[in-house]
Design a protein around this ligand. Sequence first.
Ligand code: NAP
Ligand code: MG
Length: 408
Amino acid sequence: MADRIKMTTPLVEMDGDEMTRIIWKMIKDELLLPYIDLKTEYYDLGLQHRDATDDQVTVDSANATKRLGVAVKCATITPNAQRVEEYQLKEMWKSPNGTIRALLDGTVFRAPIIAAGIDPLVPTWTKPITIARHAYGDVYKSVDMVVEAGSKAELLVTDKTGEATSELIHEFVNTSGIILGQHNTDASISSFARSCFNFALDTKQDLWFATKDTISKKYDHRFKDIFQDIFESEYEDRFQAAGIEYFYTLIDDAVARVMRSEGGYIWACKNYDGDVMSDMVATAFGSLGMMTSVLVSPSGAFEYEAAHGTVTRHYYKHLKGEETSTNSVATIFAWTGALKKRGELDELPELSAFAEALEQATIATIESGVMTGDLYALSSLAEKRKVSTEEFIQEVGKNLRLKKPFQG
Ligand code: NAP
Ligand code: MG
């Protein structure tokens, strides 16, 4: 075999928990280390080490991502009361993804991996639909109240000079009712917009954005205006040069167009729309094991991961010595996404080419009928075979070695 591919800048490697931690090591041993002189700055985000470092390791890994620009992350446990017990934790540590996203001020883009035989429930969707969810504010950072009949609800704002402005929300004359106060900030909407425009340029896909600005004439209209201003002042020329478009429409029109589309674009969503629509789109494309996720900061740092969790049920089987059939595809693509980006930034075309070849070998494995149980249940191929977690990764390795210049 030829010499292993050299890297210049390290990747930030964030290790994780349970079944995905097992898969993580297999991918490195079988699919990466034989071919790449892998350089990583390693952070162990496994729950035990987060606990031992009082979660400092999560903060350090996010700061390393800011510094080095590209990270790859394994799925991690977000502790709840049961996990605090199970792992004897000092505290119920916060979601690592939440911590990293807050530090990077980033937006999460989720995209399905497409393979023949895993047919989307919407037959026209032949290309991936990438969803970007604005993960700040609106109903997720709101206050709400139940109000008695006879109450009057008003919106009151006190500015920095102490001057107050108020507006009537509703007079509850004969009936009790409910009210909600929500907000967003220009800073957060602007970061979201820049992350979306950057990612569209990065992946050379059109960007769609939609709100309900006809009804919400100030709130939703603000989103529309901020996107439009930033587009015109910072991105329009680059979009033109890249041959891609920014397209704004009403949310209902967007939903109708998405259903009729063939895919192949990024759909930027307000917080609630993204929460709901990402589950619909993910389900229509098939398995969680085929969904990738990238966190993009407005300053241009990228963190790649699988969209699924640590697959706890499979891990407990694994611990009992039973065979598992866990899908490693989204985790493999997290690595290839990060390696391609590193290759592009450091001008190492052989690193990007390797990542591309590994993706092709992974898809070719599934399309040849060799797949894990989740896909076996979905695949429309006439000849298919369900394999174990290990065997799938080994089969990908075999397909990779069929490709020049990676023969073992
Ligand atoms: P999950 O790990 O995504 O798994 C839910 C179920 O989906 C699995 O039991 C399995 O179904 C199926 N599945 C998910 N990924 C699969 C794969 N790669 N291959 C085959 N089947 C797959 O979600 P969860 O069970 O709700 O959460 C488990 C842990 O993950 C939690 O501690 C949670 O905090 C954490 N989590 C982390 C992240 C992250 O780090 N980004 C995201 C979500 C959840 P079957 O059991 O039917 O086979
Ligand atoms: Mg949701």
